[in-house]
Design a protein around this ligand. Structure first.
Ligand code: MBD
Ligand code: FE
Length: 285
């Protein structure tokens, strides 16, 4: 079910990963639009436009600037970078609002590179990876419980992350379909162990429209190294989250504003590789 052509030898480009992220979004999530009632669309669209009008007046935006914006917006669509743009600069506030009353583990943004249906194993296993997969081995273990402390057997822990070069399978070319993507189902005690490699810091594509904005504004394009997870169990709220590695220079200035103190791992380094435990607490649905 590859959504991109994994063409060995081709280098990753903003247009290729953007097109993949756009197709992925259309396939999985674009149906929400029809369900939004007209009064709600009226309020949100009107207030968004009013906010834009206020900025134009406050900063006396010129025709040159207005046309630069128009050209840039056209480019974002052509590059397929709307998922990237929104997930980097808007999603963190949507997540904050959506999960503000949650008691259990913290979540954070999903980002543009989740793919459902990754290969499954029970209890303990290794994420699909190439025989020579570069990167420091990482053993990631933990338990899933309900907020009242009940262990959740049969919970699903889905993990996906970038490789040692900062690329995601199915969005960058030349990587096997499910590389570094997998789902572990917890054992009778709610426990799980995932063997993988430590991901590299990630730079959002710099050769597309998001990259143009970053360069034009004098920002940087980095996200700290991160593991993405979705944790779910029957009768409980699904958590979408990310976990980060201490000492990463971008933990304090993530371009996507998605780091929270509760999401920093306490990694033990060793000769055989690194080890970490992290437990997930799910709220009842
Ligand atoms: C990522 O890997 C990511 O997690 C986010 C939020 C945005 C762009 C790339
Ligand atoms: Fe990511």
């Amino acid at each position: 079910m590859s959504v991109t052509t994994n063409d060995p030898g081709t280098t990753a480009s903003a247009a290729a990963s953007g097109a993949s992220a756009t197709e992925r979004f259309k396939a999985d999530k674009s149906s929400a639009v029809a369900a939004t009632p007209p009064e709600r669309v009226d309020t949100l669209a009107r207030e968004l436009l009013e906010a834009v009008h206020a900025i134009v007046r406050k900063h006396e935006v010129t025709y040159d600037e207005y046309n630069a914006l128009k050209a840039w917006l056209i480019g974002v669509g052509q590059d397929g970078e709307w998922p990237l743009f929104l997930d980097v600069w808007v999603e963190h506030v949507v997540e904050e609002v959506a999960n503000s009353s949650r008691q259990g583990s913290k979540g954070t943004i999903e980002g543009p590179y989740y793919v459902p249906g990754s290969p499954e194993f029970t209890g303990e296993g290794t994420l699909p990876m190439r025989p020579d997969e570069p990167g420091t081995p990482l053993r990631f273990a933990g338990h899933v419980t309900s907020v009242d402390g009940t262990p959740l057997a049969g919970a699903r822990v889905e993990m996906w992350h970038a490789d040692d070069d900062g690329f995601y399978s199915q969005f960058a070319p030349g990587i096997p379909e499910w590389n570094l993507r997998g789902t572990v189902v917890t054992d009778a005690d709610g426990g799980f162990v995932i063997h993988t490699i430590q991901p590299a810091p990630y730079q959002i594509p710099t050769d597309g429209s998001c990259g143009k904005l970053i360069a034009a504004a004098g920002w940087h394009a980095w996200r700290p190294a991160h593991l993405h997870l979705k944790v779910s169990a029957p009768g409980h709220q699904l958590i979408t989250t990310q976990l980060y590695f201490p000492g990463d220079p971008h933990n304090d200035d993530d371009i996507a504003s998605a780091v929270k103190p509760e999401l920093l791992l306490d990694v033990q380094t060793g000769a055989e590789g690194n080890q970490v435990t992290y437990d997930f607490v799910l709220d009842p649905a």
